[in-house]
Design a protein around this ligand. Structure first.
Ligand code: SF4
Length: 389
């Protein structure tokens, strides 16, 4: 089992390399700063050759040059693969960072790192750590899957990342239309650490209770989160289901737009429902969804750097690697390309589906929808949150 990095025992003359140039890498970087421990560099396959937090980013192959370095794994997705690689190259000092993160000073963090309080960031990291297992053709454990259950929403956000205002006649997905293909998908994977139910606004779907009951009965689904804009107070029948400790509400706080946030929080406290309030300071501008006339190489690069590009997303029986891309396809803004997704509405063998899931996770170069989208990067300044049309 991988050890946790212990700053007190760390020999100060040693070099620290942070494996993972994304949010958890930046968090570890700031936590080290609080402890006056300088980091030497980041290591990241995708961002190799670039700079991150002002430090150089080296490629994983370059780690062999620093056998004495302390390598801290700052990734949530692909943790096991990184650990296996470090073992393979005989890295002597590799650690996870759950005991380092509590040293963070929340107020000093950049806005995009402040989406969750520090204890939640640590909890999330630990959760993924406990769920990581090697992904192979025999074993497929997914850390996160977003399940979309409605196109409808109570808000009309100008820059909605799931394009809800683009639907002229938005509809809910029925229990039957969701569960039948999702069952086939679930039969191909060994576990899903977090299934996030969203929309639109998921509390608008009258089948939500039945969908949740079915998901709760699936042992392979370890945790269920529900992503809501805090405008709808769940009814008493739903409240009884939400009190299951496998469920957590993610309550967006959009100020006055989240008009029932206070009442929902009171209800959660009263009924023992787990919840987390999310305040975003800025959103990313994904653009106006027109073809940007980029080459395949440019689109592939955008996808590689886009933090939405690893969000396994299940919508209308199809599995994508990004919810925005799934919506662009669903709205017909691009022409349909069957190899852009795994289609569980079709009848085929489990092994064939599994092979397609592996292709999607490990070999997808980009989604067709990426041609119409700006993508998400940690360095953009962002736009105001939830501005209404
Ligand atoms: S660039 Fe692609 S992966 Fe990123 S948000 Fe846009 S559609 Fe999704």
């Amino acid at each position: 089992m991988i050890e946790s990095f212990d700053a007190k025992k760390f020999p100060r003359e040693k070099m620290v390399i942070l494996y993972g140039a994304a949010m958890y890498g930046e968090l570890a970087f700031h936590a080290l700063q609080e402890l006056d421990i300088p980091a030497f560099s980041f290591c990241d396959r995708v961002q190799a050759g670039e700079k991150f937090c002002g430090l150089p980013v080296i490629a994983p192959e370059e780690l062999r040059r620093y056998p004495e370095a302390y390598v801290l794994i700052c990734a949530t997705k692909g943790f096991q693969g990184i650990y296996n690689y470090l073992q393979q190259i005989s890295c002597r000092h590799c650690y996870e960072i759950s005991d380092l993160l509590p040293f963070l000073d929340y107020q000093k963090l950049p806005a995009y790192c402040r989406q969750l309080p520090v204890d939640e960031l640590v909890e999330k990291y630990r959760f993924y750590l406990s769920q990581q297992e090697p992904a192979s053709r025999d074993h497929l454990s997914l850390s996160f899957v977003a399940l979309s259950i409605t196109e409808r929403c109570t808000l009309r956000c100008k820059k909605c990342s799931v394009l809800a205002p683009y639907y002229e006649k938005p509809c809910d997905d029925s229990y039957e239309s969701i569960i039948a293909p999702f069952k086939s998908f679930l039969s191909c994977v060994d576990s899903i650490a977090e299934l996030q139910i969203g929309g639109g606004e998921p509390f608008m779907n009258r089948d939500l209770g039945r969908i949740l009951e079915w998901c709760l009965a699936q042992e392979k689904i370890k945790e269920i989160s529900i992503f809501t804009n805090s405008t709808i107070i769940p009814n008493p029948a739903l409240v009884r289901i939400l009190a299951d400790q496998k469920i957590k509400l993610l309550l967006d706080d959009y100020g006055i737009l989240s008009r029932n946030l206070k009442s929902i929080v009171e209800l959660c406290d009263q009924e023992g429902i787990r919840y987390l309030i999310q305040r975003f300071e800025r959103w990313d501008d994904l653009g106006g969804y027109h073809d940007k006339q980029e080459t395949d190489e440019q689109v592939a690069r955008k996808f590689r750097y886009c933090s939405f590009g690893n969000v396994m997303s299940f919508m209308k029986g199809r599995l994508y690697r990004c919810t925005t891309a799934a919506r662009i396809a669903d709205l017909g803004l691009i022409s349909d390309k069957p190899d852009d997704y795994v289609d569980f509405n079709r009848v085929q063998s489990s092994s064939s589906w599994k092979e397609q899931i592996i292709q999607l996770i490990y070999h997808k170069k980009f989604h067709e929808g990426c041609r119409l989208c700006n993508g998400i990067s940690t360095y953009k300044l962002g736009i105001p949150v939830a501005e209404q049309l």
